[in-house]
Design a protein around this ligand. Structure first.
Ligand code: UDP
Ligand code: MG
Length: 206
């Protein structure tokens, strides 16, 4: 098989994308792997790679961005909930600086993502990156809409997770941008992990 099989540009139309989904350790331990995959399949998105694995902290460190802007955004997500529920970040975490909070959260995230086996997959389809994000719902389960994976099956919040010094248990990871998707596909998969096939309903749906 050619190496280019993982490349987006080889897909038939510009609207066809590939994105990475990872069922996190809480999703696996709660027996939600099938339910999570079902929701993507039901929408008409196609799994083209799928595997159970466990990751090292170094691997997770390379999976998530290290850019200051990304870490600051992580801290801002915590601060949004703190503002909403009138929690004082200085009292809880010793700082109100989003980058400092984001750095703590990123460390806890590495512990969470190495706390058990996970399931990784590449999902392919029209606007797959955005569609998958919608199906997953808001990062923070306390803000996630009903009908999304995180909204239907999780109840965690930064207010609870930070107090316990742990990552937010939100069941699933999904790439956010084409750049993240490309990085994660190359990072977690080899070309021979990816399968091309036609789903029965493709002729009718598209
Ligand atoms: N996270 C956390 N506390 C926060 C914000 C995020 O523990 O205040 C964790 C959560 O598990 C999330 C991950 O960090 O899924 C990565 O954060 P990101 O902002 O990229 O959210 P995602 O893309 O997963 O929705
Ligand atoms: Mg993200």
């Amino acid at each position: 098989m050619p190496k280019s099989r993982t490349q987006l540009k080889k897909l038939p139309t510009p609207t066809q994308e590939r994105t990475v989904v990872i069922v996190k350790p809480d999703g696996v331990k709660r027996g939600l792997v099938g339910e999570i995959i079902r929701r993507f399949e039901q929408r008409g998105l196609k799994a083209v790679a799928l595997e159970m694995f466990s990751a090292t902290k170094d691997q997770i460190d390379g999976h998530y961005p290290k850019a200051e802007a990304w870490i600051t955004r992580l801290g801002t997500k915590t601060l949004d909930t703190y503002n909403q529920y009138k929690i004082d970040p200085k009292k809880e975490l010793g700082t109100a600086d989003p980058f400092a909070i984001g750095s703590k959260v990123r460390g806890w995230l590495l512990d969470y993502m190495t706390s058990g086996p996970m399931v990784k997959m590449i999902v392919e389809g029209i606007h797959a990156i955005d569609m998958v994000r919608k199906i997953c719902g808001h990062t923070l389960p306390n803000k996630a809409e009903m009908g999304t994976i995180r909204g239907d099956y999780s109840v965690d919040s930064p207010a609870a997770a930070n107090r316990d010094q742990r990552g937010i248990h939100n069941l699933v990871h999904a790439s956010e941008t084409p750049e993240e998707a490309n990085h994660e596909i190359e990072y977690w998969f080899s070309p021979e992990d990816v399968y091309e096939y036609k789903r029965a309903e493709e002729d009718i749906m598209f």
